[in-house]
Design a protein around this ligand. Structure first.
Ligand code: MEV
Length: 430
């Protein structure tokens, strides 16, 4: 259960330069409630983990950062991200800061329609079986709803069917039955699989064939999420880089991914840095999201970028990300993991659709962060800078000391806590 809507600004000046305790205190105060599931050491206790999977021996931690500055569909949102890679949270926060200047992200999500598949073999006549299934559509949808009364009770349930036939396959002629099923605020794998197993006997009776696999498809392309944003060239300018050049550099970087699958894979990896971090923090199945994203990226027969960047009539940089997102705010680990529940509460998210709107926007922000860096100073610059700042903070640097110690370590190419401590001692000695 989350605590309902909260109106906290997502802009927290100097959050980056606070220490861990200060950041935690700020967050708890801003939210007006404790966040022990996210912030406390007792987040996921081993005893609870033991009830989630088999052979449990402990729990495994990941850094949890908060991306600031996000405005999605007019709402300010602080976004929890669980990820081990430096620069990701800072990159998302920084791009969100630029994008909020032009109104933030506009996101839209399809209804939660998942696809379930039943493989049918040993058929005498594929065409006849296909026709029979279409004729029996109402009967099948009713049977599916009988097999899933809980989803029906919350407004979900069977929506439609489709059939594909393969005259030839390594297993002989094959028919695939598709059930389109609305899982509302659940990711839906369990519900869909239960229903598929429930209706498989009916599919056998109707077709005279043998049903084999009955399983959800992770290519959730009826559950797409889209986010768009625009940034003015003025907001993109920094250092010696002019805004127009940064804008055009981002579009050229996108063009590389549009023509070359080797680049597209890395381009999409950058998007998934943001997407996965929020998906993990909210207890969702990131393997399912990954599988869907990459299958969708290859939907035209060649692997391509999930996002698109172009220059609009006003000269602004426009970006759009469209991808399948099968996420839940109920069921699975989302309902069990105390950190996941707090993560949803922190974002004030109540529905799976709202969560998807946020996740797809973080993916777009992350993509822009990577392309902007790649198109200008290169990716290593930011990585080293961030790493050095983190090391300086870990060594106890505060305020102005952080930048000074980090810069000295970068110059010396010696970024270690011991060295940072030494530099801090030297500063305080004199
Ligand atoms: C690194 O984790 C992600 C990037 O490689 C993404 C990209 O190249 O677009 C920086």
């Amino acid at each position: 259960m989350n605590s309902g809507r909260r109106q906290t600004g997502s802009r927290i000046p100097d959050f980056y330069n606070m220490n861990l305790d200060e950041r935690q205190a700020h967050l708890v105060e801003a939210l007006g409630r404790p966040l022990d599931g996210l912030l406390g050491p007792e987040g996921l206790e081993p005893a609870l983990a033991d009830s989630m999977i088999e052979n449990v021996v402990g729990v495994y931690g990941l850094p949890l950062g908060i991306a600031t500055n996000f405005v999605v569909n007019g709402r300010e949102i602080l976004i929890p991200m669980a990820i081990e890679e430096p620069s990701v949270v800072a990159g998302a926060s920084f791009m969100a800061k630029l994008i909020r200047e032009s109104g933030g992200f506009t996101a839209k999500v399809d209804p939660s329609h998942m696809i379930g598949q039943i493989q049918v073999l040993d058929l005498q006549d594929l065409q006849e079986a296909e026709t029979t299934l279409h004729e029996a559509k109402t009967q099948i949808l009713e049977a599916a709803d009988e097999a899933g009364p809980m989803m029906l009770a919350v407004g979900g349930g069977a929506r439609s069917i489709a059939v594909k036939t393969f005259a030839q396959s390594p297993a002989g002629p094959m028919l695939v039955f598709y059930l389109i099923y609305d899982t509302v605020d659940a990711m839906g794998a369990n519900s869909v699989n239960t229903v598929l197993e429930g209706i498989a006997p009916l599919i056998e009776i109707l077709t005279g064939g043998r049903t084999h696999l009955r399983i959800l498809s992770n290519l959730a392309d009826r559950r797409l999420a889209r986010s768009t944003c625009h940034v003015s060239p003025a907001s993109l300018a920094f250092g010696e880089f002019e805004g127009k050049d940064v804008r055009d550099g981002v579009v050229e970087a996108w063009a590389f991914a549009a023509v070359d699958p080797y680049r597209a894979a890395t381009h999409n990896k950058g998007i998934m840095n943001g997407v996965d971090a929020v998906v993990i923090a909210t207890g969702n199945d990131w393997r399912a999201v990954e599988a869907g994203a990459h299958a969708y990226a290859a939907r035209e027969g060649t692997y391509g970028p999930l996002s698109r960047w172009w220059v609009d009539e006003s000269g602004s940089l426009q970006g759009e990300l469209e991808m399948p997102l099968a996420l839940g705010t109920i069921g699975g680990a989302t309902g069990v993991h105390p950190g996941a529940r707090d993560a949803l509460a922190l974002m004030g998210v109540e529905t799976a659709q709202e969560l998807s709107e946020i996740v797809v926007s973080v993916g777009l922000a992350q993509n822009l962060a990577a392309l902007r860096a790649l198109a200008t100073e290169g990716i290593q610059h930011g990585h080293m800078g961030l790493h050095a700042r983190q090391v300086a903070i870990a060594a106890g640097a505060r305020g102005d000391e952080i930048e000074a110690v980090a810069s000295a370590m970068i110059e010396e190419k010696n970024i270690l806590v011991d060295r940072a401590e030494e530099l801090l001692r030297q500063r305080s000695d004199g």
